[in-house]
Every structure is written in structure tokens, then in C-alpha cells.
Design a protein around this ligand. Structure first.
Ligand SMILES: [Zn+2]
Length: 283
């Protein structure tokens, strides 16, 4: 299977390094790291970032998060824009596997209405029954109103690298696994992909800053720490999963590469795109 690393969003919150630990200016540079997998079952998209519907109608997103995250909506930073840049068509995307349904991960769903969408059942339920100030602003039903082919999964499965309830997905090769990583949301999950003799684990928003898991001790800039506290529904579960991810990331023989959704440095390393291209929407 060939795996492409995509950038399907740019967010530039005021605070600079206070958020991303690296920017020198007043604004931070965060990406929406998605995967496009060329598999025997057709193209598989892992997360969808923002969509062309968000670019056309920014009011699909909540004003609060648009301002707080200083979201730069541009077509080239959508999953469809990235799929077309690679020479494919929207209809070539047969499956989408979601880490969760937050606005910065589900925006592209409306660009691929024919795809089968795999996710944890708890996540779909939470999003469809969103209550409370944050929940109603993070989950935006207009982003997935056209989606009919849902494949929700209960949290049952096998142990995989220390994580329970891991499972393969209907109609997809067993080289693609859904790995429950609750905490950021109730039905949050990672997506593991076996390629070139090792595992890639897209950890979604289980962590936001590489220093949280890539090193012996957790480090995280204060702004990003506060944002995660605002967004998580179960902080204990989130930190426990981070601890497991950290142990795995620091085990030299584990044969796994772990990355998250929003760290631009990780996408720069794995995607091979110059960091300035990843964040040029900021200029
Ligand atoms: Zn996110």
C-alpha cells in the first residue's frame, strides 16, 4: 500500500510558540495531517480536515473556533484539493476512516458523499446528540449531512501493542486498524496502517505537540495544554492513552511511527513537504 501524507487545513492561533512551540511570530502554525492510502479496496482517506464546503461557507464552522483557532480556509488545504493534486478524483475515494468528528477532521466528508465512513459508534452518537457549549460548537452536523454510508464500530476487538479493543474494518485490508484512544472525545480513535514493513499510527488529537509523546517526559506549550483541557471529555483517559503512546514511541524495536493531526513539524518530516509550504496560508 502506498501512503501519502496530506495537509488538509491551516490554523494559526494567536500565541505563536505558546501554542506550537516553534513559531517566532505572533501566530502559531498548525496543520490538519491526513493520510491518503492506495489500497486494494481503492483509495482510503484517514480524516478529512476542512472541506470545500467550509471554504465556500465558513459559517458551517462556529464563529468561536474560527476566531480562536484563526482558521485559514483555502481550497488547496482541503482533502479534495490534495486528492486532486495527486491526480485522483473524488470518486476514487471509496473509504474514509475518521479519528473523530470534530469540525477540523470532518469538514471534507461532504466532498466524498459516496465513500463509506468508518468510525467508533460512540463518536457518531456523541456528535449526533451534541449537548453543551463546547459540544455544539465542535460538532457541526452540516459537514456530514450528505453522508449516508456510516460504518460505526463498538469498542470490542483484540489487544494490539498494548491497546485494547483494536479491530479491522469492514471491506478494508487488515493492514488498516481502528485503535480506540478515548479522552479528547468519547469515541476518539487512532488509525494504524501497516506499510513498508512497519506500522504508522495516526493518533488524531490524542496529543497535539510532538514533545508530549516523543521523549521520556511529557512536554507541551501552555497554550496547547489549555486548549486540550478545554476540549477533552475525559482528561484521565486522554493522559493514560498518551502514556501508552509515549511508551510505544520510545521503544526502539516497536517498529511503529506515531504522529498526530496538528503538529506541523511531524507532517514536515513524514510528508517531505517544506515546512514553509505547509503553513504558507499564514502569510
Ligand atoms: Zn483536531
Amino acid at each position: 500500500m502506498r501512503v501519502h501524507h496530506l495537509n488538509c487545513g491551516c490554523m494559526c492561533p494567536i500565541g505563536g510558540a505558546w501554542f506550537d512551540g516553534r513559531s517566532r511570530g505572533a501566530t502559531a502554525s498548525l496543520v490538519c495531517h491526513c493520510l491518503l492510502i492506495e489500497s486494494e479496496a481503492g483509495l482510503v482517506l484517514v480524516d478529512t480536515g476542512f472541506g470545500t464546503g467550509d471554504v465556500r461557507r465558513p459559517d458551517r464552522l462556529s464563529g468561536l473556533f474560527r476566531r480562536m483557532n484563526n482558521i485559514k480556509l483555502q481550497r488547496r488545504y482541503t482533502a479534495l484539493g490534495e486528492v486532486e493534486r495527486l491526480g485522483f478524483d473524488a470518486r476514487d475515494v471509496r473509504h474514509i476512516v475518521l479519528t473523530h468528528l470534530d469540525f477540523d477532521h470532518a469538514g471534507g466528508l461532504s466532498d466524498f458523499p459516496h465513500a463509506t465512513v468508518h468510525l467508533m459508534a460512540d463518536e457518531l452518537h456523541s456528535a449526533e446528540h451534541a449537548r453543551g457549549f463546547v459540544a455544539r460548537r465542535r460538532y457541526r452536523q452540516t459537514q456530514w449531512a450528505a453522508t449516508t454510508n456510516w460504518r460505526p464500530y463498538a469498542a470490542t476487538g483484540e489487544n494490539w501493542m498494548g491497546f485494547p479493543a483494536v479491530r479491522d474494518l469492514e471491506g478494508l485490508p487488515s493492514d488498516i486498524l481502528l485503535v480506540p484512544l478515548a479522552g479528547h472525545t468519547a469515541g476518539h480513535a487512532g488509525v494504524a496502517v501497516h506499510t513498508d514493513g512497519r506500522w504508522l499510527l495516526h493518533a488524531g488529537d490524542a496529543y497535539f505537540f510532538h514533545g508530549e509523546i516523543h521523549g521520556p517526559d511529557r512536554t507541551c506549550p501552555p497554550g496547547m495544554r489549555a486548549y486540550q483541557d478545554l476540549m477533552n471529555v475525559d482528561k484521565d483517559a486522554r493522559l493514560e492513552n498518551q502514556q501508552r503512546l509515549r511508551a510505544l514511541a520510545n521503544a526502539p524495536d516497536a517498529g511503529i511511527t506515531i504522529f498526530c493531526s496538528h503538529d506541523a513539524g511531524e507532517l514536515h518530516i513524514l510528508g517531505g513537504q517544506p515546512a514553509e509550504d505547509l503553513v504558507s496560508a499564514t502569510s
